[in-house]
Design a protein around this ligand. Sequence first.
Ligand SMILES: Cc1cc2nc3c(=O)[nH]c(=O)nc-3n(C[C@H](O)[C@H](O)[C@H](O)COP(=O)(O)OP(=O)(O)OC[C@H]3O[C@@H](n4cnc5c(N)ncnc54)[C@H](O)[C@@H]3O)c2cc1C
Length: 490
Amino acid sequence: MTQPMKYERAIVIGGGITGMLAAKVLSTYYHQVLIIEKDELPDSPENRLGTPQAFHPHRMLPLGKQIVERLFPGYTKELLVMGGFNTMHQTSRFITKDGELTLTDTEETAVTRRAMLEWVLMQRMVKEERVQFLEKHEAISLQFKEGTNQVMGLIVKDRQVKPGSLHEMKADLVIDTSGRMSKLPKWLKDAGLTLPQTDELSVFLGYSTRYYQIPSGAPSLQSMVVVGQPDKQIPTGLFERVDHDLVAVLLSAAGGSHYPTTDADQFDSETAALTHPAIAEAITHLTPFTKPKGFRVPSCLRHHYEHMQDWPSGLLVMGDALCTLDPIHGQGMTKAALEAQTLHRMLKQAQKNERLSFEKDTLQQMQQTSELGWWLCAIADMAWDGVELKGETPIPHLTFVQEFLNRYVQYAIVTKQPKRLEAYHRMHSFLTEPREIINLEQLNDMIQADTSGETAEWWKQWDQKNDEGNRAFFHEAVPDFRLEHLLSFD
Ligand SMILES: Cc1cc2nc3c(=O)[nH]c(=O)nc-3n(C[C@H](O)[C@H](O)[C@H](O)COP(=O)(O)OP(=O)(O)OC[C@H]3O[C@@H](n4cnc5c(N)ncnc54)[C@H](O)[C@@H]3O)c2cc1C
């Protein structure tokens, strides 16, 4: 943008998690923030049509929680008061084919169904003086200032009346947070713009979730993950305590050759066929609360709008509309929180330097928030037959990184080192650089610990035969994700 930024009105398309986090940040800078949401707002924490994924477990990672707490102080406590399950001091089991480790949560975290996470944010947002929710309003297209590449607002359909009336809405900034079904690619093409290639992870992911109630007198039950075996097409199972004495049981598999069942009678038998019977045993103490429900994700997409020379001014995109990650890793909302933090940082900078190319620089920075999540998802998911990565960002030495990480987890479990497993989880939570785990020193530890000599044998195919060559190899295989910069608030 080569003109001074105006901070009169911003419009956010979509009132999901990303939309509300973005609106909260914008409310510090803009006099008026409108959230355009096509759904009717629920009057209690209920799932709604516009977020069909909400039935499935939604875990907020520690980093996401920290950022949301900063924006909405007291958020966690509020969820706990509403019945959220507090994981503080709770243990959870991480079970693999090689054994298991128990981890203890040291932070106060409220695990709830997603509708409740969203509800608490929504209640806060409707009280914000500068923020206005326009429910039952659907963004239909972007509006450009004639003869320019500047977005000056939206055409919006008011769905409160049938068949719906169209209105123009002017804004100095429009942010698309309309999720995985975003129409932004079409809107940009309609405006005559050429889109860069999108990265696509054809994941053919299948989810099936069923809720159970914990009856009084049931033994105390730990949350757990039973890690799947892609080479044998065995799904991953998750058993997670949520709010109000409910447990979510989730089966998930990628690759498309087997989608977990949504048949109530078969759900128990598929659970029993996981790598370990722990979840099947635990649900014998519980009462079914819902039927199983499925969700399929054909592919995860990562748009590269930051490559567009002619990206319109007055427009940004965040959340699933920018990049979707495989939900089994539970990173989507944390990525959204990181993007909100990025938006805050960039708006603050723009206030100081008004001739900054705000939109392009911000898009560039937003893209960085997806990098680690995308890399980790691609590495994990491509272990399943049938999953393919297409696009402009290949992953160098993918097989090496996959096998290294499998061995690392196996090493942590077999040698009973919860700290190492925690580091692995911290990496998946965007708090630890992969280079802190995947490095030569770690490899040497793993080789020493493996008295069978199998790890040393495996390494021979990658060994560059000298220290310098090996360090260069690791350097190439494991990018620097610059987390320090990403995590900084200012
Ligand atoms: C099965 C599943 C499980 C998941 N589990 C987790 C998890 O455990 N942890 C985690 O962090 N993430 C999880 N995610 C990801 C998470 O749901 C999203 O990443 C996160 O909620 C951010 O989404 P969003 O706000 O960008 O989009 P959405 O949540 O999709 O919200 C988009 C909003 O925009 C509205 N909208 C759409 N189009 C328009 C329009 N034209 N005009 C007006 N409004 C519009 C919709 O009604 C909706 O309210 C999961 C995803 C799936 C699919």
